[in-house]
Write a protein that binds this ligand. Structure first.
Ligand SMILES: Nc1ncnc2c1ncn2[C@@H]1O[C@H](COP(=O)(O)OP(=O)(O)OP(=O)(O)O)[C@@H](O)[C@H]1O
Ligand SMILES: [Mg+2]
Length: 550
């Protein structure tokens, strides 16, 4: 029975709105798989250190240059619903572990490609989904078996992983320097709670400013604010700073309605201005009476109030962003105060020093040595805006990778070695399965090989030759034999110090198998048409075939 169009006593009954299009069965599956494969093809060439970058131009002409899978897909204006699921999977991976976003899309695409071949052999998608699920579980346990346990604070290992994650990026030449920054940043904000490490990535603020070079990128033990001190008469540095955070304007409030004041005599004018001055003076006195030596205000500050603040030697910043205010509150222990009258000494935060320094042409204020040292800033510098932007994404990946290992201290070597090893383990295990499920599990094992073959392809190597050699090396027990893309041969990846967090590899497997299963389960796509679209044909293509699978 057709859901969108039924016959009652010979009368057609329309159930879906006019213009709705619908595709079912294999046709729907094929269209979805094709869309997902196209997305995978798009990012494939950017996998690995020899992968290429993508230049993306948005509707406004803004250009992004990146090799980050999640960013490429985010910037592309993807319409197809199944393709959108691939974008989503990259985003989830990015949110969960921060790296591996290209791999997850490439693997999902390959899983679907091989599923399509099975569908063509008349294997029902649910059997493929079941086989894939079982194989994914086996893959995860195999990954755990081969993973190397490390210490969560093993700086050398953390640095190796950070360097691997940046090795496939534009900033690769500077990865030695930047990896140290990423490791130090995460270890500074890591907290040990009941013997376990906790890391809140929000405690690492990443700021950027084009200019100088990537080697001028610095880790600041505190918070950097891209604002200057408001008044030239104010001190540029305060030691043992007591910091007030205010989120209301330090101005005489304007009335909401317009009022007219008739002033007839000069004395009246003076009294009026005096009153304003007195009010501002009171406000400033509130601040100094509480003991504040630094004032950071989210709103504006009247010129006269600035003058009084300068006279009291209070280092002041205005129009600080909400997110900076929140970070400052967390780092310095200050309370964000709304009404000035309520300010008292208990609301003040503390930092060893607050200082205005030059960053390129601009002046920034640095709040360092905070009461709560668990807040640091990575201030990225670099030749051009585009370099700085891509450096930010790469440092994000590196920070995530280091965090991943601190939270779950296990690593595997990279270069496609773990994928190949678990692929051969899954293949052996699949022999115990029966019938069609075995075919699906074998397809899963084959799909895992897409990582080493793509790395080889992107490095201009022959993927078949590499695969054959990898398989034989792994057969001989060479656990970490992978694609050494720089020397164009198979080598031990652990010896080359190419390490990655186990959690990234796990997430890639989990997300890719989930999205593949989700797309395979769809056998009916009902898209509501835009108003004015062509009417729905009573018998669209692909309809009416009741069962296509045995
Ligand atoms: N020096 C190297 N030699 C061989 N393979 C490497 C090397 N460095 C990294 N790789 C491999 O490259 C792959 C990662 O590539 P890439 O960083 O481009 O993609 P991703 O991590 O999947 O996604 P993204 O970084 O875009 O979120 C991993 O499989 C990793 O093991
Ligand atoms: Mg990566």
């Amino acid at each position: 029975m057709e859901a969108s169009y039924a016959q009652v006593s010979g009368q057609p009954v329309l159930i879906l709105r006019e213009g709705t299009t619908r595709s079912r069965g294999r046709e729907a599956q094929r269209a979805n798989i094709t869309a997902a494969k196209v997305v995978a093809e798009t990012v494939k060439s950017s996998l690995g250190p020899k992968g290429m970058d993508k230049m993306l131009v948005d509707g406004l002409g803004d250009v992004t240059i990146t090799s980050d899978g999640a960013t490429v897909l985010k910037e592309m204006d993807i319409q197809h619903p199944a393709a959108k699921m691939m974008v989503e999977v990259a985003k989830t991976t990015d949110d969960e572990v921060g790296d591996g976003t290209t791999s997850v899309v490439v693997l999902s695409g390959r899983l679907l490609e091989l599923a399509e071949e099975l569908i063509n052999k008349n294997i029902h998608p649910t059997i493929i989904v079941d086989g894939y699920r079982a194989a994914a579980e086996k893959t995860l346990t195999s990954l755990n078996d081969i993973a190397i346990k490390v210490s969560p604070t093993d700086k050398v290992m953390l640095k190796k992983a950070a360097m691997t994650s940046m090795g496939s990026k534009l900033v690769s030449d500077y990865r030695d320097y930047l990896a140290d920054i990423a490791v130090d940043a995460i270890l500074k904000v890591a907290q040990q709670v009941d013997g376990e490490y906790k890391v809140d990535l929000d405690d690492v603020k990443v700021d950027k400013k084009a200019g100088e070079s990537l080697l001028e990128t610095k880790l600041i033990d505190g918070i950097a604010i891209d604002k200057e001190v408001v008044h030239s008469g104010m001190p540029k540095r305060i030691d043992e700073a007591k910091i007030a955070l205010i989120n209301s304007a330090i101005e005489v409030e304007k009335t909401e309605f317009s009022a007219k004041i008739s002033i007839e005599r000069p004395e009246e004018m003076k009294a009026f201005l005096d009153e304003e001055e007195r009010m501002l003076k009171d406000m400033v006195e509130n601040i100094t009476a509480a003991g504040a030596t630094v004032l950071i205000c989210q709103k504006g500050i009247d010129d006269l109030a600035q003058h009084f603040l300068a006279k009291h030697g209070v280092l002041t910043i205005r129009r600080c962003t909400q997110s900076n205010m929140e970070k400052l509150a967390k780092a310095t222990g200050a309370k964000i105060v709304v009404t000035l009258d309520d300010l008292n000494s208990k609301d003040l935060g503390y930092a060893e020093f607050v200082e205005e320094r030059k960053v390129g042409e601009d002046k920034w204020v640095f709040v360092e040595g905070c009461k709560n040292p668990k807040a640091v800033t990575v201030l990225i510098r670099g030749g051009t805006e585009k370099v700085v932007d891509e450096a930010e994404r790469s440092i994000h990946d590196a920070l995530c990778v280091v965090r991943d290992i601190v939270l779950n201290p296990s690593v595997v070597a990279g270069g496609g070695a773990p994928e190949l090893e678990v692929s051969s383990r899954v293949r052996k295990w699949a022999e115990s399965l029966s019938g069609k499920e075995q075919l699906a599990a074998l397809a899963f094992a084959e799909a895992l090989e897409v990582i080493p073959t793509t790395l080889a392809e992107n490095a201009g190597l022959d993927p078949i030759d590499i695969l054959v050699e990898l398989r034989s090396r792994h057969e001989k027990g060479d656990l970490w034999a992978g694609v050494d893309v720089f020397n164009g041969e198979v080598n031990d990846m652990a010896e080359l110090d190419i390490y990655e967090p186990l959690s990234v590899k796990e997430q890639i497997i989990k997300s890719a198998s989930e999205v593949a299963a989700m797309i395979l389960r769809i056998d009916d796509v009902i898209a509501s048409g835009r108003s004015g679209g062509p009417p729905m044909p009573p018998q669209g293509p692909g309809m009416g075939e009741e069962s296509e699978f045995d």
